[in-house]
Design a protein around this ligand. Structure first.
Ligand code: GLY
Length: 374
């Protein structure tokens, strides 16, 4: 086998699909394809509205991946025969009161300093774009380039594209990584089988640092950052919203079938899967302030996911310090957004041995084995 990928979420599957397109023999291993962080995500493709102070380096690769999304979605639909719910409808960021309006104005000034495309709107202008917004909102900004995709359709389509193109999908856990001398040479599976590979790609999200047998100096310092998100059932024929609407601490993402995702908490609680009353209360309270009509909708689902965070919250992409092991993890809040650029650039690395300038700043070797940035 040329490549064995550990982890079958949006990142692992998209790397597999793009690598197979380049003629490599590829297998992906996961206990439950697409049901980790990719399942719990909201599918926002929002490099501008999700920009955080101090994370400007990540912004550039986020913007690059956002530019690649139209082609990625079209190629994937062609390869899988499935729509992935990619909608270029922009994002409204809304202040329900004066305090949030002051904070949003600061964020807007920061976005403008970074040269990003955001436009201030009067409340009446925002409400003409989204009539379900509360009449009392204080102000809003429109970001035309921040879109969304249906992350669950996306991972389903990626799995199908992999299947159709001949990627081997193995439903099992990885017991350990196998090394020979100084080199990673394969993996041992839960059923006891061993698989040899020229390169192993570690794309197991929050679990990437926990697999047995990874040489300590190459073990990626990933931590799980818990997120709780809920789904409401809206109407498919007369949707309440036509684009992402968000405030400072909540985002609301409509799906084509009428469901509405409301997210998300950000909690440093290891792998705690508890759904808390406080999360349900806080998410709904903040969402109602923006869209009062959400109160009428059925609560369909609560979901918990674990964002893979690195010490600097930027992804780790490229060769590790150990031969035969490539790392593609640490995507934190941006895994769905970063799938196209990660897939293209890691497939390029696997096919040519070259690390592109796009991912060079995100080398996993920037962290020592102790997880402290060197
Ligand atoms: N990108 C959204 C989140 O991580 O909650």
């Amino acid at each position: 086998m040329d490549v064995v990928i550990v982890g079958g979420g949006a990142i692992g599957l998209s790397i597999a699909w793009r690598s197979k397109e380049r003629g490599l023999d590829v297998a992906v291993i996961d206990e439950s394809f697409g049901h980790g962080a990719s399942w719990a995500a909201a599918g926002m493709l929002a490099p501008v509205t999700e920009v955080h102070y101090g994370e400007e380096a990540v912004l550039q690769i986020n913007l690059e991946s956002s530019r690649r999304y139209p082609r990625f979605a079209a190629d994937l639909t062609a390869a899988s025969g499935r729509d992935v719910g990619y909608r270029q409808s922009g994002t409204l960021i809304v202040a329900p009161d004066g305090d949030d309006f002051a904070a949003l104005n600061e964020l807007f000034a920061f976005q403008c300093r970074l040269g990003l495309d955001a436009r201030a709107l009067k409340p009446s202008e925002a409400r003409s774009l989204e009539p379900a917004l509360a009449p009392s909102i204080r102000g809003a900004f429109f970001v035309e380039g921040d879109h969304h995709v249906d992350n669950r359709l996306l991972v389903g389509a990626l799995e199908e594209a992999c299947r159709r193109t001949g990627v081997e999908l193995i439903e099992d856990r990885v017991e350990e990584m196998v090394t020979t001398g100084d080199r990673v040479t394969g993996v041992r599976l839960g059923d006891g089988r061993s698989m040899e590979a020229r390169t192993v790609v570690l794309a197991a999200g929050s679990w990437s640092g926990r697999i047995a047998g990874i040489p300590e100096r190459a073990r990626p310092p990933v931590r799980p950052v818990k997120g709780q998100l809920l789904y409401l059932k809206g109407s498919e024929s007369s949707p309440l919203l036509s684009r992402n609407v968000r405030g400072l601490d909540v985002y609301i993402v409509p799906r084509a079938d009428g469901r509405i995702a409301v997210g998300a908490t950000v909690e440093e609680k290891e792998f705690d899967t508890t759904v808390t009353a406080d999360a349900v209360y806080t998410l709904l309270r903040d969402a109602y302030e923006l869209i009062p009509g959400l109160r009428e909708l059925e609560l369909l689902e609560m979901v918990v996911g674990f964002r893979p965070g690195s010490p600097d919250n930027a992804p780790m992409l490229g060769p590790s310090t150990v031969d035969g092991l490539v790392i593609a993890t640490g995507h934190y809040r941006n895994g769905i957004l970063l799938a196209p650029v990660t897939a293209d650039e890691i497939a390029h690395l696997l096919a040519t041995g070259e690390t592109s300038a796009t991912i060079a700043p995100f080398t996993p070797t920037r962290f020592s084995a102790t997880g402290v940035a060197s």
